[in-house]
Design a protein around this ligand. Structure first.
Ligand SMILES: Cc1ncc(C[n+]2csc(CCOP(=O)(O)OP(=O)(O)O)c2C)c(N)n1
Ligand SMILES: [Mg+2]
Length: 559
């Protein structure tokens, strides 16, 4: 049949391969290293949109957020050397977040390989630790095979990023090859004996606790798991920045097992006799630096369910290890019933959650916790909340109630600058849903120029920039370790509202709590990318304490 195949250049073969994999959006910054790909994409514009961004850091976060939101691999194109290095942050984020991604990087022509040619890097070595698989496509006729493998690998087991380097000669050469059909999502299921073992362990439990997290979930799997947990009166927590895996309004929801955890919840996790961990990796942030669950053999009877076989037993030696996809696990256990004996403890945990998440007064004219609570009630149930990293996010984690699957986009690697581009990607992927971004002043300016991308593609959403004039998180640690010796943590900021307007967006500045709601309504109605600068008192460093209190305590302890 070979004779029926049309001859195409490598760029077109690649573009067609992406279309065959079902790709609808790709993000990137162009480079002369992959011109044939742009030429190939040129003809597919009605099916596959290439979103051109302003810096590869933002572009890579967009691809990551797209993968996280949709479950389909987020696709990123960056040029060699500088593009590849700028784009690394989203790949690292995707790796730690178990997000499917396929990243394409330009590469020097094979005839110049290994000479340290212009912008040459060996991506296998550079990305080796941040990706599930890194390869280089050296022969044009093998492009469909590599792309098919890349998509299969990105979504299989524990999802994650895959990197493919594209030497110039591969892209410019021509071949007559067939496309490969769309990838399968390969996930395993629990065996009947594992389900029996789980049943026996849980049946004996007096104080079980469930932690949900990680990648590979679906809306339906979350809903069915919630029904099972509620039916059995099981208490459920969510791992760091995975708060949207369980409706926070459920009587079974006990809170966020992440950074700045409710001490009462931490105690519950520690004292659980059976800890059922579904999908979470049990990383440093989720375990409060490996104290809630001790490595390598936890005190709790640990049932660990994970999509990646290699993850099971890597840090923790579980009593029962189940290698399974999330939906497959839910399907296997949802008929198991355990009676009502856990309900009393779950109701207590719920009460503690409600107490913990009540906003408390903080210094200054802006009560930021109340604003988050207002947003939690004002935004539609399916609104997507994208957040960056910094202490400002602590209020979001504590006071916002996530109501359903993929209403949260965050970086579990604590990577600053994530929220804004993640929101751009979310709005482009799901234009009908309300999108909201929460950024810090330091955090926002890491990728804030992507407001140009939002304006260019008509991604209208509201972003709040919480301005405390500080790299506040670092200042907090600085005051704790070296009280009064402030250095390298202060910021002199632009007028963020004017910045938004300069890009064709809408700008607001809020300095009092009561002004927030009308500013939000104006911003949301503007139909433009909007920024609300929220000026908070720099002393209000966390939802629970002040910088001055931290400094005084540290000074006292050093006396
Ligand atoms: C890309 C990146 N660089 C540096 C850090 C270290 N870091 C963590 S939080 C933080 C400060 C965040 O500042 P801001 O966004 O203003 O939030 P705030 O803590 O003031 O609320 C820094 C520098 C990081 N997490 N990610
Ligand atoms: Mg700040």
């Amino acid at each position: 049949m070979k004779s029926d195949l049309k001859t195409r250049h490598g760029g077109r073969i690649l573009a067609d391969a992406l279309a065959a994999q079902g790709v609808k959006l790709a993000f990137g910054v162009p480079g002369e290293s992959y011109l044939p790909v742009l030429d190939g994409l040129h003809d597919l514009q009605d099916r596959l949109r290439f979103v051109v961004c302003r810096q590869e850091g933002g572009a890579s976060y967009m691809a990551e957020a797209y993968g996280k939101l949709t479950g389909e691999p987020g696709v990123l194109f960056v040029t060699r050397g500088p593009g590849a290095t700028n784009g690394a942050v989203g790949v690292h984020t995707g790796f730690q977040d178990s997000t499917p991604m396929v990243v394409f990087i330009g590469q020097v022509p094979n005839e110049f390989a290994e000479r340290e040619a212009f912008q040459e890097i060996d991506y296998r070595r550079m990305y080796g630790q941040m990706a599930k698989w890194v390869a280089q496509i050296d022969r044009v006729e093998r492009i469909p095979e590599y792309v098919s493998r890349a998509f299969h690998t990105a979504v299989a087991g524990r999802p994650g990023p895959v990197v493919l380097a594209l030497p110039e000669d591969t892209l410019f050469s021509e071949a007559a090859v067939a496309d490969v059909p769309k990838h399968h999502v390969v996930r395993s299921s629990p065996s009947p004996s594992q389900v029996d073992a789980l049943k026996n362990l849980l049946a004996k439990a007096q104080a079980p606790f469930v932690v949900l997290g990680g990648g590979g979930w679906s809306r339906e799997a979350c809903q069915r798991l919630q029904k099972w947990a509620e039916g059995n009166g099981l208490p459920v927590g969510t791992s760091f920045r995975c708060q949207d895996l369980f409706d926070n309004r459920s009587p079974s929801y006990a809170g966020d097992v992440g950074i700045g955890i409710n001490p009462k919840l931490a105690q519950r996790v520690k004292e659980a006799d059976v800890l059922l961990v579904i999908g979470a990796r049990l990383g440093e942030m989720t375990t409060s630096a490996y104290t809630l669950v001790e490595a390598p053999v936890p005190r709790q009877t640990l049932i660990h369910v994970h999509g990646g076989a290699e993850e099971l037993g890597r840090v923790y030696r579980p009593a029962l290890a189940i290698n399974s996809g999330m939906a497959q696990f839910v399907e296997a256990v949802e008929e198991l019933a355990f009676g009502d004996s856990w309900r009393g403890r779950t109701a207590e945990a719920r009460k503690e959650f409600l107490e913990w998440t009540e906003p408390r007064p903080m210094p200054g004219a802006v009560q930021y916790g109340e604003i988050i609570r207002w947003l939690s009630e004002r935004l539609p149930e399916d609104a997507i909340i994208a957040g960056g990293a910094g202490n400002f996010a602590g209020w979001l984690h504590r006071h916002f109630r996530y109501k359903g699957f993929r209403t949260q986009l965050g970086s579990t690697n604590g990577s600053m600058g994530y929220g804004y581009p993640a929101a751009v990607a979310a709005k482009l992927a799901e234009p009908k849903r309300t999108v909201f971004a929460l950024c810090g002043d330091g955090d926002y300016l890491m990728t804030g120029q992507e407001i140009a991308t939002a304006a260019q593609y008509g991604a209208a959403f509201v972003a709040v920039v919480v301005n405390n004039g500080l790299y506040g998180t670092i200042r907090m640690h600085q005051e704790r370790e070296y009280p009064g010796r402030v250095y390298g943590t202060e910021l002199r900021n632009p007028d963020f509202a004017a910045y938004a307007r300069a890009f064709g967006g809408h700008g607001e500045t809020v300095e009092r709590t009561a002004d927030f709601a009308p500013a939000y309504e104006r911003a949301a109605a503007s139909g433009k990318p909007a920024i609300i600068e929220l000026k908070i008192d720099p002393d209000a460093i966390t939802p629970a304490t002040t910088l001055s209190a931290i400094r005084e305590k540290a000074l006292r302890s050093k006396q």
